[in-house]
Design a protein around this ligand. Structure first.
Ligand code: SAH
Length: 365
């Protein structure tokens, strides 16, 4: 048992089983032992690879997208370019490099990174050392100063804890307790949760990303007070359905959710329908979600790839093709060559009255 498992076990021994949501929160965000506090998660040597790490085109297209959004916002002289959970800083570095060709936009920008991980903050500082923009770091979204803003969140919402409920005639919350052998085990709350009125077959699991919805409500509330846009890219579904998607990933393989908390990345698919609903309820407009493949195609990834290929050697050309396969072309859903094109969705949330952002035009009536 690692130090965090011992701490959680002591908590359970003293106060009884804890909610899965709290377990996930501790495993990811415990101030000392949480996964995002002490691990170096992203990259070939880490636990998983993200789109900006696949190829520079991803971040570049998002940088140009942000410039167009700034234009739609009426070109405010100062705009915050905010990134939630910026990982290694790769997306931001690529976005800023692309944005430099539009000096008026580039000069209006100041960059704000919201990051809890000290390890990753150090990597971001290194990556962005020569980016030419002013960069500020914040531990929470609340610390980002007010003003017109463009917010980017790639694989951020999937890292927020989820709650599970199981139906056995009524809905009961899923808890984490201790089995007789001392290991963690799932159980159910003795009291039902009468607020959930959904009908289901016995054994059905309901997964609720309430932390993600609360985060969205806060962001959308800001966007109703000042002009701005949020772009969220993540794996998930556009329509609500029952079932669980919680998974543990360690060194590019699936692992046991209840084993070695803080050592594996725990994530759940993002409920984009729920996020869009939370945004609208808070008074903002929501566009999409659409698939990442469609979004990148509309932003011109294939044209950009052709342009890059013109002055690329054979190895670079192969890299560009492999990146198009992973990021934008439909393909296998599992394995090391799995395509993100359809599993990943893109949602834009804007201040009310702002024009539809690029990429979403055909999807909003
Ligand atoms: N966007 C990056 C990294 C995705 S991994 C990429 O695409 O490569 C998730 C990121 O969110 C990491 O940087 C992690 O440290 C950060 N993170 C996780 N939970 C967070 C929270 N509650 N607040 C701020 N950042 C968080």
């Amino acid at each position: 048992m690692n130090a965090l498992a011992q701490e959680i076990a002591a908590m359970i021994a003293e106060g009884g089983p804890i909610s899965l949501e709290l377990y996930m929160k501790l495993a990811l965000a415990h101030p000392i032992h949480g996964y995002y506090r002490h691990k170096q998660p992203i990259g070939a040597k880490g636990d998983f690879i993200t789109a900006p790490e696949v190829h520079q085109m991803f971040g570049e297209l998002i940088g140009l997208w942000a410039a167009e959004v700034w234009h739609l916002m009426g070109e405010p002289p100062h705009v915050h370019l905010v990134e939630l959970g910026p990982g290694r800083g790769t997306l931001m570095a690529d976005a800023l490099r692309a944005a430099r060709v539009l000096p008026r936009f580039f000069n209006a920008l100041d960059v704000h990174l919201v990051e809890t991980s000290e390890t990753l903050t150090a990597v971001q500082r290194e990556t962005l050392l020569t980016c030419g923009a002013t960069v500020a770091w914040h531990a929470t979204w609340d610390d980002v100063p007010k003003g017109p803003m463009i917010v980017i969140a790639n694989e951020f919402f999937d890292a927020l804890p989820v709650r599970h409920y199981v139906y056995d005639g009524c809905w009961r919350e899923r808890l984490v307790g201790l089995a007789p052998d001392g290991r963690f085990a799932f159980g159910l709350a003795p009291e039902p949760t009468p607020e959930i009125a959904l009908k289901a077959e016995p054994g059905t699991i309901l997964e609720l990303g309430l932390a993600a919805q609360e985060m969205m409500t806060e962001i959308a509330a800001r966007l109703t007070a000042e002009p701005g846009v949020l772009l969220a890219l993540d794996y998930g579904s556009d329509a609500f359905h029952f079932g669980e998607s919680l998974q543990a990933v360690r060194a590019h393989r699936f692992a046991d959710v209840l084993e070695d908390p803080g050592e594996a990345d725990l994530t759940a698919h993002v409920d984009f329908g729920g996020l869009a609903q939370a945004a609208r309820k808070a008074g903002a407009a929501a566009h999409g979600p659409i698939s990442q493949g469609l979004f990148l195609t509309r932003l011109g990834i294939f044209e950009r790839a052709a342009q890059l290929a013109q002055r690329a050697d054979a190895r670079q050309k192969a890299g560009i093709e492999a990146a198009l396969d992973r990021l934008a072309r439909p393909g296998p859903q599992m394995g090391p060559r799995a395509s993100m094109a359809e599993l990943f969705k893109v949602l834009a949330v804007t201040s009310p009255g702002l024009p539809i952002p690029p990429g979403f035009e055909a999807d909003t009536a």
